[in-house]
Design a protein around this ligand. Structure first.
Ligand code: S3P
Length: 178
């Protein structure tokens, strides 16, 4: 059987990397991993705890360390979802591209804000006191990361798509040459 390179999902919080990644992996019979979950399992702390007790810089180092490790033995037949800010550390995109085929999931800031409105688990967004403030934070965060997200081989706008449709689109990219 051909060893097929992993698919790596990048994109802002709320773009559906974890839910679409899990479903895509289930449909393909592939394994699924998520960098935030791997970091939480290894450190025994939640992402929010790592941010508040050790700082964002420490969290970013844990992300890079994990990617370096995954590069040593890149997984095949796997989907890797990543934390939205993994692309901010210089060099991480190159590591992600060695691990698999990066696909960016995007959505409008309003859509992301609506999906995240009841979720307090993201430290960089948790202090937004209104939906307008959350949209404003997402606009800022996305414009700072735009260029990095756009380095992905494919970019899927998930704004008007169901998770099933996002997965269909992810799977369709498998037949496209990069
Ligand atoms: C972050 C996104 C989060 C998580 C951490 C930082 C970010 O992951 O890694 O809270 O900087 O955008 P999700 O994209 O899965 O929310």
């Amino acid at each position: 059987m051909n060893e097929e390179k992993a698919i790596v999902l990048i994109g802002p919080p709320g773009s559906g990397k974890t839910s679409a990644g899990r479903l895509a992996a289930a449909r393909l019979g592939w394994s699924f991993a998520d960098t935030d979950i791997l970091i939480e399992q290894r450190s025994g702390m939640s992402v929010a705890q790592i941010f508040s007790e050790l700082g964002e810089k420490h969290f970013r180092q844990l992300e890079t360390d994990l990617l370096v490790e995954l590069c040593d033995q890149p997984p095949t037949h796997a989907i890797l979802a990543t934390g939205g800010g993994i692309v901010v550390s210089p060099g991480n995109f190159a590591l992600l591209a060695r691990i698999g085929r990066p696909i960016a999931l995007m959505a409008t800031p309003e859509t992301l804000a609506a999906r995240l409105s009841c979720d307090q688990s993201r430290p960089l967004l948790a202090d937004a006191e209104s939906s307008e403030a959350l949209v404003a934070k997402l606009v800022k965060l996305m414009s700072a990361r735009k260029e990095a997200y756009e380095c992905a081989s494919f970019c899927i706008n998930t704004t008007d798509l169901t998770t099933e449709e996002v997965v269909d689109t992810i799977l369709a990219t498998r037949s496209c040459p990069i």
